[in-house]
Design a binder for this molecule. Structure first.
Ligand code: ADP
Ligand code: MG
Ligand code: MG
Length: 914
């Protein structure tokens, strides 16, 4: 019965552009034609072609939309004729007549862009009704009430969408609704469907009068005039404010345009054996394979969404309309088999007959995305590669972060919202200072560190907190960065909150909380709540930590499946940025294959070490400096022993000391005095030294390898600690394999590298001789200033590896400090100057080009140059894709992002292979 047309049966001959595509008895389109037919039109065609019960109709292509806007809102010459032919064909299939007095065909006029833009553009139902055809509909349906209800709905929609009779503003009521409500009140009726045919007829008169009064025009009686009015309104709605805003938010180009679908109406409001609904083939929130959705009996499409009557869950249909439910179940299976993905579809039942009106791939949560992909594979609908590509890499996070108890969160009092910067849920007592956070934590309490913003001084406090809340700063602020690095829950830029450090209170929207009060933050949504909300570790985390059996957690099974598949297809190795054995262990549990960046400065901030470090910096000569460093050496060695052990033979890249000097020196008078006392130095001396070491622009001052070149003792001490740790483990009773890779930071000149390299090799020799053991190690550099990338051929003479430090490389290439974007960033975003935050997602055309240049030229000098990336970007799926194509060997990201990186790396490889 259904057949795909060949060109000889279509009216538009091959010489001219085709604008109209039928679906129904004859179907011209298919699912692959979304660009031309829009998503809705393409899938309607596909469903018709495979024999699903789709009311017949046709699609006016997106080309016409383009034409419409290019030609002062007019149509191609041939369109009118083509539409007429198509309408006649639909009428014939329905055994009706468009505008026919006795058996009128009614149609819907529906928008449909390439990507679905739910509810953004206009749809008109019941078109074709006028004062005559309404009588015809009444007699063929033998239901005058129904006919007049359709007519008044049509006039309402048409009056609104096409003739512009609308509420004056958002607060005021729609004038049609006002008339309807008036009528119900005066008749003492509550529900729309209590109105009789006669009353609806009267309402139609009032509607028509309203239109005439408001527009000076009468409601059109000519059905083709109605049709063209509706088509124009749908094309016009492509440029309405709602649609424009939606497009800008989802990055849909304005040039795409919308298609228009004109389709025979079927009636869910034809009686109690009729109805309409929306269904998902699986639960879009959890991904579970259950039939999910809702429906209303005796109702038309928009009633479900409008929320006038409360729809019933789809399961209730099994009792109420059993035959249709069985049919619907079959459609559900059929749709998934055919489209090979979870579908979100619309249906209508007219007098016991089921029709499908739309289908599309359903939107879903991260958890659902994973579950559906894995289960579709189990059901043999898709292969592993397809399944992997269906999961947004970020969604892996939803399996790992702690979660709030859903019911408890609903009941909690929302204080305000900020920027979701570290996903997950955290609850705890408020601490306004890092010190207070530590005190609370030592008491065994959970803490949320609340600050206007954080600085490196707060690191310890952040470590002790469950979550971090700041009132200033964006998602690339210090707080956000550290939170992601540590896997902490974080909300930043919660501007409604005022913190009063003196009174130790925070206030937002009339609510004041004190230090020690409970507060809860959802870093996935940005919501801040008063009081305590119960939360729990993710199941995956509990399994990985051994507090839950793998066999008991389906979430873990999903996680593990996706990770196994990812590892099978990825080419990139995944390393982690970790500074402590604990972080390293977490990362290994998540699948890290090495450390790509160990920041040794964190080791200097811990405990009383900072004082030794300060003593070292304040020292007037090398002798004093060595004295201080001597105290640091055993501590560093111990750190590295721990780290190497945790990594159990996996490669470990250790970056030598990097931060600018000022980060070590106290700016506070009291602390300076304490320090002077402790070191037995006169206060004036300490103050003078600090003054002498002052830098105008420390981030571009004495940091990175400059520090090691100025104070070679530091480099000596650090590499000695590394190599002695290696020797210790290699010669231990139970030897541990060790692969140290020494990374020299902020190199821009090959001479800088040569200087430090000499020290590294000398100390290595010394340790080997002393310990009577040989070990292998590598020395390389972080490529993080443009000069390093530009002179990569020279630098590679000395470097065995390059690790792209894209945080600094972005700062130095853009000439922009990551922490100072606040003033202009919003403006830049609005003007789309940066397409994405360059610190979150790699600036491929700028920074990326430098990387490409460095790769090519570095490899010219050294064929086996090892290449990796260790900036924040290494955890960003889009940037990982870029790194794969650049030919890097590994990406190194923070521990909690390792699983995301594994998946993203696999997806990059699969996409590249396509
Ligand atoms: P949206 O893109 O906003 O979902 P639709 O074009 O899908 O808009 O239409 C809005 C509502 O009208 C839907 O509930 C749909 O089921 C209903 N509808 C559209 N066309 C028809 C039709 N031919 N017969 C019955 N109902 C229809
Ligand atoms: Mg729809
Ligand atoms: Mg750096």
């Amino acid at each position: 019965m259904k057949k795909i047309s060949d060109s000889s049966t279509t009216k538009s001959s091959s010489q001219k552009t085709r604008y109209v595509y039928n679906f129904g008895e004859q179907t011209d389109g298919n699912a692959s034609m979304r660009e031309l037919l829009g998503g809705k039109g393409a899938n309607l065609a596909e469903m018709a072609a495979i024999g699903l019960p789709v009311p017949p109709g046709f699609t006016v292509s997106t080309d016409v939309c383009t034409y419409f806007y290019a030609h002062g809102r007019s149509y191609p010459k041939t369109l009118a004729k083509d539409v007429e032919v198509a309408v006649k064909s639909v009428a014939k299939q329905m055994k009706r007549e468009f505008g026919g007095r006795d058996n009128p065909l009614l149609v819907s006029v529906r928008s449909g862009a390439r990507d679905s833009m739910p509810g953004m553009m206009d749809t008109i139902l019941n078109l074709g009704l006028n004062d005559e055809t309404v009588e015809g509909l009444a007699s063929i349906s033998d239901n005058p009430r129904f006919a007049w209800d359709c007519y008044r709905r049509f006039i309402q929609m048409y009056g609104d969408v096409v003739m512009g009779v609308q509420a004056l503003n958002e607060e005021s009521e729609c004038p049609f609704h006002a008339l309807l409500d008036n009528m119900k009140t005066s008749l003492g009726k509550e529900l729309d469907n209590e109105l009789t045919a006669e009353e609806l007829q009267e309402l139609v008169q009032r509607y028509k009068k309203l239109i005439a009064d408001k527009t000076g025009k009468s409601f059109p009686q000519d059905v083709y005039e109605q049709l063209w009015g509706a088509v124009g309104a749908v094309f016009g709605s492509w440029k309405n404010d709602r649609a424009i805003l939606y497009r800008s938010q989802y990055g849909i180009p304005a040039e795409w345009g919308t298609a228009v679908n004109i389709q025979a109406m079927v009636f869910g409001n034809a009686g109690d054996d009729s109805g309409t609904g929306v269904a998902f083939t699986r639960d879009p929130a959890t991904g579970e394979k259950v039939f999910y959705g809702e429906y209303l009996t005796n109702a038309q499409g928009e009633d479900v969404v409008a929320g006038v009557r409360t729809p019933k869950p789809i399961a209730a249909m099994a009792k109420e309309l059993p035959k249709n439910f069985t049919d619907l179940e079959k459609v559900r299976t059929r749709l998934e088999k055919h489209f090979k993905d979870m579908q979100d579809f619309e249906f209508t039942i007219e007098n016991g007959r089921l029709f499908i009106l739309q289908t599309r791939n359903g939107k879903r949560t991260g958890l659902a995305a994973i579950r559906i992909a894995v289960e579709l594979n189990k059901e043999k609908l898709i292969d592993q590669k397809t399944a992997l590509l269906k999961i947004p890499a970020e969604s892996v996070d939803t399996l790992l972060v702690p979660v709030f108890d859903a019911k408890a969160q609903k009941e909690a009092k929302l204080i305000c919202t900020g920027l979701p910067a570290g996903p997950g849920a955290a609850t705890g007592r408020i601490a306004f200072t890092a010190a207070q956070a530590e005190i609370e934590a030592r008491k065994g309490n959970k803490v949320i560190l609340c600050r206007s913003e954080t600085s490196p001084d707060d690191l310890k406090g952040m470590l002790h907190s469950q979550g971090i809340l700041t009132t200033r700063g964006g998602v690339s602020s210090h707080a956000a960065l550290v939170a992601r690095q540590l896997g902490k829950v974080c909300i930043c830029g919660a501007a409604d909150i005022t913190i009063n450090y003196e009174r130790k209170t925070l206030t937002a929207n009339g609510i004041t909380l004190k230090e020690g009060d409970y507060i809860s933050i959802n870093g996935t949504t940005g919501s801040v709540y008063q009081g305590l909300i119960e939360s729990a570790d993710s199941e995956v985390k509990r399994v990985l930590e051994g507090t839950m059996k793998a066999s008991e957690s389906y979430t873990y099974e999903l996680f593990n499946t996706v990770m196994e598949w990812s590892d099978k297809y990825r080419k990139l190795r995944i390393r982690t940025n970790a500074d402590t054995p604990a972080m390293a262990q977490t990362a290994v549990a998540y699948g890290a294959e090495g450390i790509g960046l160990c920041r040794t400065e964190h080791m200097f901030f811990e405990g009383s070490r900072i004082d030794d470090m300060r003593q070292m910096i304040l020292a007037v000569d090398g002798v004093q400096r060595r004295e201080a460093l001597k105290k640091l050496l055993p501590m560093q060695r111990k750190d590295f022993v721990g780290l190497f052990k945790a990594m159990a033979g996996r490669p470990v890249t250790i970056r030598l000391l990097d931060p600018p000097l000022h980060e070590f020196l106290p700016q506070d008078d009291a602390v300076r005095r304490q320090l002077a006392d402790k070191l037995g130095l006169p206060l004036e001396f300490v103050i003078d030294r600090i003054k002498a070491l002052h830098e105008e622009n420390p981030m571009l001052g004495c940091r990175g390898c400059r520090l090691g070149i100025l104070y070679p003792e530091i480099t000596e001490m650090q590499v000695q600690a590394i190599f002695e740790a290696a020797a210790e483990l290699l010669t231990a009773k139970k030897p541990v394999e060790v692969h140290p890779e020494i990374m020299i930071p902020l190199v821009g000149f090959k001479a800088e590298l040569a200087d430090q390299l000499a020290i590294v090799h000398r100390i290595a020799e010394q340790v080997m001789t002393r310990k009577k053991i040989k070990f292998k190690y590598m020395v390389g550099t972080m490529v993080e200033v443009p000069r390093a990338a530009i002179t990569a051929d020279e630098i590679a003479e000395h470097a065995e590896f390059f690790s792209f430090g894209t945080n600094d490389l972005t700062q130095t290439t853009l000439g922009l400090s990551r922490d100072d974007m606040g003033l202009f960033y919003d403006e830049y975003q609005q003007k789309e100057i940066y397409s994405k935050n360059p610190f979150a997602s790699l600036d491929k055309t700028g920074v990326g080009k430098l990387m490409q240049f460095a790769v090519t030229n570095g490899q010219k000098t050294r064929k086996d140059l090892k290449l990796g990336i260790c900036g924040e970007h290494a955890g960003d799926p889009d940037s990982i894709d870029f790194c794969h194509n650049l030919g890097l060997q590994y990406v190194s990201c923070s521990p909690p992002r390792v699983p995301i990186a594994r998946l993203a790396a696999a997806q990059a490889a699969l996409r590249a292979a396509k």
